[in-house]
Design a protein around this ligand. Structure first.
Ligand code: PMM
Length: 269
């Protein structure tokens, strides 16, 4: 999943793809690099980000989704939103997945909008809201609590009519979590994958804990760390990684597959 933020203020690429043609070109580039999904977002989710009104968020994302589909008709776009009205407009414009960092807890109508459009759905865990989530995150057992939350929210999505084979779950790296919480979730990722009976998505790309754990690397210098999380996530059984730089993760995933499926003589299958 390639990240396409059409926001003035996202933490690593804010402002770069606000112009429609720049956004569409970048989306097409990510697809050419091998992305299976382009995740279009019109509201920054960085810590302490301000909420964006529905009309403004819709105005940012819908033309970009249309533009990507005009340029690459078989592209698969997801819409990164927590709002039912934005999700519905994006799905009407041709997006096929809703990527919801609130797992249906911010807007009571969101899951029904997903079900009405027969769309895919990513339920992500977050403690608090983007405005408050990094103030003082606390868990007794982060792996168990994130797992419990995701199980409950996947059930809520099914109850709202979202198709079982359209669901993904995401532990929400960096969303209401300390460095230790992020590490614990990544360390236990294989057990989360086993517990959740839907494909797991991991979004660690360029996040601040990667900088903190590797000598205060700035956001512009976290690609190697991001790639390590891609390899780790796939080795733990995750099925999707959400990344800003698609080409390295695609190459790594293809090589992992080649290694895992090589014959006993060492030939590629
Ligand atoms: N991270 C961000 C935004 N949306 N969605 C999912 N499902 N998982 C994530 O980890 C996630 C997300 C924040 O990163 P960005 O500001 O670079 O988009």
């Amino acid at each position: 999943m390639g990240v396409l933020n059409v926001t003035p203020d996202s933490f690593s690429d804010g402002g770069r793809y606000v112009a429609l043609d720049a956004a569409v070109t970048h989306g097409a580039e990510l697809l050419a690099q091998g992305a299976s999904i382009i995740d279009v977002g019109g509201e920054s989710t960085r810590p302490r980000a301000e909420a964006v009104p529905v009309d403004e968020e819709t105005r940012r994302v819908v033309p970009v989704i249309r533009g990507i589909l005009d340029a690459v008709p078989d592209a698969r776009c997801s819409i990164d939103t927590t709002k039912a009205a934005v999700a519905a407009a994006a799905l009407d414009a041709g997006a096929v997945i809703v990527n919801d960092i609130s797992a249906g807890t911010f807007d009571a109508n969101l899951l029904a909008a997903v079900a009405d459009h027969d769309a895919g759905y990513v339920a992500m865990h977050m403690q608090g809201t983007p405005a408050t989530m990094q103030d003082d995150p606390h868990y007794d057992d982060v792996v168990r609590e994130v797992g419990d939350f995701l199980v409950a929210r996947l059930d809520a999505a099914r109850a709202a009519g979202v198709r079982d084979d359209a669901l993904f779950a995401d532990p929400g790296i960096g969303f209401g979590k300390t460095i230790e919480h992020n590490l614990a979730l990544l360390a236990a990722l294989a057990s989360l994958v086993e517990r959740l009976d839907v494909p797991v998505l991991v979004g660690a790309s360029r996040k601040s804990f990667l900088g903190s754990l590797t000598g205060a690397a700035p956001v512009t210098d976290r690609e190697a760390q991001t790639l390590a999380t891609t390899v780790w996530a796939f080795e733990c059984g995750a099925r999707v990684v959400r990344v800003h730089e698609v080409a390295p993760s695609v190459r790594a995933a293809r090589l992992l597959h080649t290694i895992a499926t090589a014959t006993p003589e060492g030939a590629a299958a």
